[in-house]
Design a binder for this molecule. Structure first.
Ligand SMILES: Cc1cc2nc3c(=O)[nH]c(=O)nc-3n(C[C@H](O)[C@H](O)[C@H](O)COP(=O)(O)OP(=O)(O)OC[C@H]3O[C@@H](n4cnc5c(N)ncnc54)[C@H](O)[C@@H]3O)c2cc1C
Length: 260
């Protein structure tokens, strides 16, 4: 079984993010990393290989030149090979454009199972797994807290607000994994050094048979109208108990509609 993991290169959450005049993120000037949530997908793929359920793990990213850093991290975690789709014309692509490129690259690579994170840690849309599955015409199972693969099917447990459900899909399929799957490993120094020798193939839009005009900012179906810093957190209310704390607390909750 061949597993393709979709892994995104994102800005460091602690870095100062800058934006271009067209409202796209200035990715080249911000320090980046493999999206933390995608590490869970890489981990589960590597575990499938270690358990003998998978023969090969290929990690795939669409991103700028520096996105290779994310691929190297995934290789150090145990992925076998990496594919980097990089093309000037992809810059500014929205989710529709990105899913088009990811689906074409996965299709060209060939796979039995595509694993993804539950969301990127930058745009956080959680749409890519469904979009890629729809473009490939494959079953999808999203927000998996646990994954098992057996006899041409994959079964996930999906945690909802009030219940956990089990979903089984026939392979090939696309599955997104949450941070409830087991902790992702921290690669050892030796694994990091070995990852430098693992193959990373670079593909262009032409390699994937996608016309430059079909992706990028001009072709985007969505647009960012404005960007504003998140509002500062307001200081909380501290109730000092002078005999009437319970009443004050009840009044506080009632005023906000939590009590009637
Ligand atoms: C007008 C506009 C312009 C934009 N311009 C750019 C731009 O220039 N460059 C840019 O990078 N983004 C750009 N974006 C954001 C970009 O569209 C999203 O980052 C992208 O569609 C993925 O959505 P997401 O990050 O919310 O992923 P989610 O849907 O939250 O991701 C879920 C999972 O999909 C996989 N995944 C997502 N994206 C990738 C990827 N690129 N490679 C591999 N796996 C992936 C990961 O496994 C991830 O955990 C733009 C968005 C808009 C609306």
């Amino acid at each position: 079984m061949k597993v393709v993991v979709l892994a995104k290169y994102v800005p460091e959450p602690t870095a100062t993010w800058a934006f271009e005049a067209d409202h796209t993120l200035a990715r080249e000037s911000v320090e980046g990393r493999l999206s933390e949530l995608d590490e869970y997908a890489v981990e589960q793929a590597v575990r499938l290989k270690e358990a003998g359920a998978a023969d090969e793990v290929v990690v795939l990213t669409v991103g700028p030149a520096k996105a290779v850093d994310a691929l190297r991290k995934a290789l150090a975690m145990g992925a076998d090979r990496a594919v980097h789709v990089s093309d000037e014309a992809i810059a500014g692509s929205d989710a529709l454009g990105t899913s088009r490129v990811l689906a074409a690259a996965a299709d060209k690579e060939g796979f039995d199972l595509v694993l993804t994170g539950m969301a990127s840690t930058d745009a956080e849309m959680s749409v890519m797994p469904s979009m890629v599955a729809a473009r490939l015409g494959l079953p999808q199972a999203t927000f998996a807290g646990a994954l098992s693969v057996e006899g041409g099917t994959a079964t996930i447990s999906r945690d909802l607000d009030t219940a956990t459900t089990e979903v089984t899909v026939t392979l090939p399929a696309v599955i997104s994994l949450t941070d409830q799957t087991d902790e992702a490993r921290y690669p050892a120094f030796k694994a990091i050094m070995m990852a430098k020798k693992k193959p990373v193939e670079t593909r262009s839009l032409a390699d994937l048979g996608i016309a430059a005009g079909d992706v990028g900012l001009e072709a985007a179906g969505t647009s960012v109208l404005s960007i504003a810093p998140a509002p500062q957190r307001q200081a909380g209310t501290i109730i000092t108990d002078e005999g009437d704390a319970a009443t004050q607390l009840a009044d506080f909750l009632a005023a906000r509609g939590f009590l009637r």
